[in-house]
Write a protein that binds this ligand. Structure first.
Ligand code: AMP
Length: 201
């Protein structure tokens, strides 16, 4: 199973991804986490990415695509499938992913989008800033991240819809457990489709 979780900054992607990874035993492929790990390790990629991330802009597609390609080649993905968290975020990333998966005879089974009103997102980001101190959780960076989401990530949803992909929107403006229940139901629904049985083994 390959599932993707999309949503604006502060929509709860990280939290819901953790639930899905635990609940469905999927490998967690979070581009945000991978980039932050690179930054922490002080690699060339990490240093370049950290500067961009701080502004709230998206890291260039080729950097992210190369990183994901490498991650998807790791054994756990072949064994248990993957939850893509925060990827793809642009149409070129989505196209690159389609090609990558084609090569290994895989495809995305379900895309879950978290919907949360902008005012709630901003409030959550400001709360997270106090708790976690992430360098991109500032008012200015939040605005830029929202702009990137609207301009570059919303078209990804349209791209998949045009390709007949199974997309489920979940109301992310509820208690964490309630969102988790709806997200899990979306993924379970797909896991039970007969077309997927053979592939999972
Ligand atoms: P996240 O942890 O998903 O909120 O991502 C934090 C930041 O990492 C984003 O604002 C981007 O700067 C960068 N980033 C994460 N995923 C991607 C991606 N798929 N494409 C480009 N930039 C990304």
């Amino acid at each position: 199973m390959i599932a993707a979780l999309l949503g604006p900054p502060g929509s709860g992607k990280g939290t819901q991804a953790e639930f899905l990874v635990k609940g469905f035993g999927l490998a967690h492929v979070s581009t945000g986490n991978l980039l932050r790990a690179e930054a922490k390790a002080g690699t060339d990629l990490g240093r370049a990415a950290a500067e961009i991330m701080e502004t709230g802009e998206l890291v260039p597609d080729d950097m992210v695509v190369r990183m994901v390609e490498h991650r998807l080649q790791q054994r756990d993905v072949a064994d248990v499938g993957a939850l893509l968290d925060g990827f793809p975020r642009t149409v070129p990333q989505a196209e690159a992913l389609t090609e990558m998966l084609k090569r290994t005879h895989h495809q995305i089974d379900v895309i879950v989008c978290l919907d949360v009103p902008v005012a709630v997102l901003e409030q959550r980001i400001m709360q997270r800033a106090e708790k976690e101190g992430r360098s991109d959780d500032t008012a200015i960076s939040f605005e830029q991240r929202m702009r990137e989401y609207t301009e570059k990530t919303v078209p990804v949803i349209d791209y998949y819809r045009a390709n007949g992909m199974h997309i489920v929107s979940v109301n992310g403006d509820m208690a964490i457990e309630d969102v988790g229940r709806d997200v899990a139901a979306a993924v379970t629904g797909v896991a039970q489709l007969p077309a997927n049985d053979g592939r999972r083994g």
